[in-house]
Write a protein that binds this ligand. Sequence first.
Ligand SMILES: [Zn+2]
Length: 342
Amino acid sequence: MKGRAFEVNEKYLRQIIFPLWGEELQEKLKSTKVLLVGGGALGSFLLQGLVRAGVGFVRVVDRDFSSIDNLHRHAFMEEEEAKSGKIKVKIMEEKARRINTDTKIETCFGDFHYLNALSLAQGVDCIIDATDNLETRYLINEVAIKEGVPWIYGSVVGSQGMSMAILPGESACFSCFLPSPPSPGMLETCERVGIINSVVMIISGIQLTLFYRLIKGEERGGNLFAVDAWEGKFRKIKVKRGEECPACQKKEFTFLQGRFSTLTTLCGRNAVQVVFPEQQKFDLDIYKNKLKRRGKLEERGGYLVWEIEGNIFYLFPDARVMVKGTEDKVKARNLISRYLGI
Ligand SMILES: [Zn+2]
């Protein structure tokens, strides 16, 4: 390597000389466009990895603001920024630009939902999941199948995490793996059982590796990686394609058609009400067992009131949640994702 070629490649030299990477993958990455959905813990480590590796374009979507409890698990956030309640994607954009000018970063501050999902995924080569809720993952799955774009699932909670590459038409999709969402309340959330940063790094690391293999053309998808960082357990499970899968076999895109929660501000009551789709009726007994471990839980004739860290949630069995103390829909939706995992 001489002259200009040497200068250009020096930045990435130590990954290029890794035999399975090479100049070829480096060139491919330069022209690769990624949609990263989520700018929290996983999203931050993923973006850092993508930018440092020399990926040409990353579009990041996130609806949240920084808070001090993000600090331990966010790759870009400094203490003052964490306290200041800045828009997360803005923090990430500024820092990522300084890390490597080769990557073009585009940020979108808002929700990834059924009305904008297709346009946000327009023209990308891969979608990487860093969301905190299942509703969005089913939506990403449908977008990926409809557009024929591969995507990489990732989730973390406590010391556990999972990841899988999904290649539409070739490997099992997210609905093959999880045909229907578990009953609301069954899933743990980072707010209830916590999260340690080491598992975030492991899962984002697996996601990045799957992404590099995918761009190289070596990844065939369908292997679920399940990790418990604390216990030191690592499993690789083959997920088969479901013959009757509504998403990848029957192409029934219910989430893209709006099988989504609806949000209403209850004016004058300083509250936002979220109504979930019919299929997600709440089993209040399941919630009772989960929620009583933290905060203050009260059962009031047929519904639950849960107060935690200054937030008050009213849970009704007909798949409704009311968040008291705000009229901001985005904030209310964030709080429900964080604390209730739906
Ligand atoms: Zn499927």
